[in-house]
Design a protein around this ligand. Structure first.
Ligand SMILES: Nc1ncnc2c1ncn2[C@@H]1O[C@H](COP(=O)(O)OP(=O)(O)OP(=O)(O)O)[C@@H](O)[C@H]1O
Ligand SMILES: [Mg+2]
Length: 267
């Protein structure tokens, strides 16, 4: 699914949240949205989800103005929204049942998707009987089971510890390869953005504009992000976080073999 944001502006009453946002998001692309708290990242996702309307400009999905929510565009939050009274399997199956799949078939597919996120054997557990990471794995299975054309992820792993987060990022990347949705990923974790994204947009404080865009050359990325050290530093600096040139890993960064292109937002 292609998204097109054209001169999007958004205010809540007198509060101007999005100053101006114009971007095309290609089919199958994963774009990470990074910026200070309260700058309007979730608001942008909500507009893509059809939960909010822009105050100015337009948001299109595959050429059509977004008028409301649609299961083709699936939103996933930091706080997993699993139903506590349903088992993991029932939670995942529900996504298909909502779309008219019969119960038995939905259950069978739910088991398959739970296995894909390493939860085979936990089908009959309730959400409060498994860990936070396992709940988010379940939420991933539920998000992917209906093969959405677009996934709108709002800090999906923000509540998890760093190690669990990395294993969930691996699981997410695997699912994305299999299903191929367009993904908008809001994250506070610059390493997560570097690991997962094809493109990173760094936003200013509210009212948000894109300060800079980073295009990550497509290649096999691992969690060893040392080659991205210069980009990481630049993003952190844009977010107002000091990086100490004396203690960073400049010497280890292979700047010669590393290429990435950037575009100034004003261009
Ligand atoms: N429905 C709403 N009504 C009024 N104000 C809102 C509404 N939704 C968001 N806002 C305001 O818009 C601004 C941006 O909110 P948003 O949730 O998009 O920020 P964010 O970038 O996602 O922040 P965070 O990183 O903390 O999640 C905030 O000041 C918030 O108070
Ligand atoms: Mg938010």
């Amino acid at each position: 699914m292609k998204f097109s944001f054209q001169n999007v502006q958004k205010s809540f009453g007198d509060l101007r949240v999005i100053q101006e946002f114009s971007r095309e998001i290609d089919d199958g692309e994963l774009v990470a949205l990074v910026g200070p708290s309260g700058c309007g990242k979730s608001t942008l996702l909500h507009m893509a989800a059809g939960l909010e309307r822009p105050s100015g400009g337009a948001v299109h999905a595959d050429g059509r103005a977004i008028k409301g929510p649609n299961p083709e565009r699936t939103l996933m939050f930091q706080e997993n929204a699993l139903y506590p009274w349903l088992t993991l399997e029932q939670n995942v199956a529900l996504a298909l049942e909502f779309q008219g799949t019969d119960k038995a078939r939905a259950r069978e597919q739910a088991r398959q998707w739970l296995a894909k996120v390493q939860l085979a054997g936990f089908e009959d557990y309730f959400p409060n009987q498994v860990s936070g990471g396992m709940r988010q794995r379940t939420a991933l299975a539920r998000a992917f089971i209906s093969h959405p054309k677009a996934l709108l992820l709002d800090e999906p792993f923000g509540a998890l510890d760093a190690l669990t987060r990395m294993t969930l990022q691996d699981a997410l990347r695997q699912l994305i390869r299999e299903v191929g949705p367009t993904v908008l990923l809001v994250t506070h974790d610059v390493d997560e953005a570097l690991f997962l994204a094809d493109r990173i947009l760094v936003f200013s404080p509210r009212p948000a504009v894109v300060l800079k865009e980073f295009n990550l050359k497509q290649h096999e990325k691992t969690h060893d992000l040392s080659e991205f050290a210069p980009m990481r530093r630049e993003i952190l600096n844009l977010l107002g976080i000091e990086t100490d040139a004396d203690t960073d890993d400049t010497e280890n960064a292979p700047t010669e073999s590393f290429t990435y292109s950037t575009e100034e937002a004003a261009a």
